[in-house]
Write a protein that binds this ligand. Structure first.
Ligand code: SF4
Length: 462
């Protein structure tokens, strides 16, 4: 992950990568609008309803988690709780070791990225293969996802063809169908040889103990069908009260994420195989991961736990489109990442405290969010937290100086009269220690001020 701040990273970015992310994000936003407007006359009411459902779920998490645990156990699953990322990784490897499992297949799951599960499994001598095509390409390239729904939004088919050639998956061929067929042939062998399958879950229904998983490639289905053990890693906030809420949430998730009416594969998992239901894995484990979520729930940014990971706020964000996902130095990029990542960092909040500033506060993220999260408000609350904790603020313009200037008409008048001199000696060349950190990362436009008063005077004379 890069060390630079978001704006510095964006400035150094390759133009083709920036263009690819920009165009793909813009296309995602267009598709979302089309799909929502076509089917709903008042999509905003639906978003507000979804927001209320998720807010109710997280505010009653203690009740619904207990209920979900009881229902899952009744269905035959084993339920575990992990307080930290390390606890979650250990819980997975302990289950695998106990079962003698050495090879696993994995479907896409943000929480496994969050806890760096693959790195942990590698240290335990366990082979973990990502089966979502995008995630697989990220894995073989040793890269990081750049979008929460489209992890390889920053790559093109020629990049992928080169990676496949390097990995021995055939000669160079950048035809998308050939790439997909080769990946499919490779994955089939991995599914059949795997001891365990690891998935996330988009929702866990408290009253039925049902896990709901959506994918577009059907890979999670294979992860469950062939191996004898299924482990689901789930953030504690994913619990919802009952199946009826799914009608609202699934309708919005597919449309917001990919502009589809419904994601291609929507799976309802009701537990491991039983006598009366012989298909499915022999053993099923659900690991509820906290990893700072309880602290977030107790904070003034708890609304962020409503998130259903659709990625719509990334697609619409002017900063994400320019900077791309890697600029956010964390698993979650874009507006959701600018809020969630510093909060998940917990005691290390300081390391990501600049992210809430990577926003123009235009409000587009809130307008598209299917669960109506007030992201701009949360960004401001986090900026305030950074201010209260006296954290360095590299992106902050020198507002105190501007405050003096703007509140004194006579000083303002002098500044406007003399501002033109800045075109003779640019500000960044002057010895201004207070301004220099801010000026170092900016190119100021040419001076155009000071004309309004004279224009007003001449107008009044007419
Ligand atoms: S914050 Fe809202 S728009 Fe962004 S990923 Fe989460 S649910 Fe989607």
């Amino acid at each position: 992950m890069p060390e630079q701040k978001v704006d510095s990273y964006a400035r150094r970015l390759d133009r083709p990568v920036q263009q690819a992310v920009h165009d793909n994000s813009a296309a995602g936003t267009e598709k979302r609008y089309g799909s929502l407007a076509k089917d709903f006359t008042d999509a905003d009411s639906l978003r507000r309803l979804a927001g209320a459902i998720r807010q109710h779920s997280i505010e009653n998490l203690d009740t619904y988690l207990e209920q979900a645990e009881a229902s899952l156990t009744r269905n035959g699953a084993h339920v575990h709780y992990a307080v930290t990322a390390d606890d979650a990784c250990r819980a997975v490897s302990d289950i695998l070791k106990k079962a003698g499992a050495k090879k696993i297949v994995k479907s896409k799951s943000m929480i496994s990225e969050e806890i760096h599960l693959n790195d942990h499994l590698a240290t335990q001598g366990i082979e973990s293969v990502e089966t979502d095509l995008g995630e697989y390409i990220i894995q073989i390239d040793g890269d990081h996802p750049s979008h929460i729904v489209k992890p390889i939004i920053h790559k093109n088919r020629r990049d992928i063809a080169r990676s496949f050639e390097r990995e021995g998956l055939g000669d160079y061929n950048d035809d998308p169908q050939t790439i997909t067929r080769r990946a499919r042939d490779f994955m089939r062998g991995k599914y059949l040889g795997a001891d365990a399958g690891i998935t996330g879950a988009n929702f866990v229904v408290a009253d039925t103990g049902r896990l709901v998983l959506v994918t577009n490639e059907g890979n999670s289905r294979f992860c469950l069908a062939a191996p004898r053990i299924h482990i689901a890693l789930v953030g504690i906030e994913k619990v919802i009260p009952s199946d009826s809420e799914l009608t609202v949430l699934l309708n919005l998730l597919g449309r917001s994420a990919t502009g589809q009416q419904l994601t291609v594969y929507t799976e309802f998992i009701n537990g491991p195989a039983r006598k009366d239901r012989p298909s499915g894995p022999e053993e099923m484990h659900v690991i509820f991961v906290d990893n700072q979520r309880s602290e977030i729930l107790a904070s003034n940014c708890r609304e962020i736990l409503r998130c259903i990971r659709c990625g719509a706020c990334l697609n619409v964000c002017p900063i994400y489109r320019q900077a791309t996902g890697h600029a956010y130095r964390s698993v979650y990029p874009g507006p959701i990442g600018a809020v969630l990542s510093p909060l998940l960092a917990g005691k290390n909040f300081k390391q990501l405290a600049d992210l809430p500033k990577a926003s123009s506060l235009c409000g587009a993220c809130n307008e598209v969010c299917p669960v109506d999260i007030p992201i701009p408000d949360l960004l401001l609350r986090l900026r305030n937290k950074a201010h209260e904790e006296h954290l360095p603020s590299p992106g902050t313009p020198p507002m105190a100086g501007f405050g003096i200037l703007a509140s004194s008409p006579s000083i303002w008048k002098i500044a406007m009269k003399t501002g033109g001199l800045s075109s003779l000696v640019p500000l960044e060349k002057l010895p201004l220690p207070y301004l220099s950190p801010w000026l170092k990362t900016r190119t100021l436009p040419g001076w155009r001020g000071g004309q309004f008063r004279s224009w007003m005077k001449s107008r009044n004379k007419k």
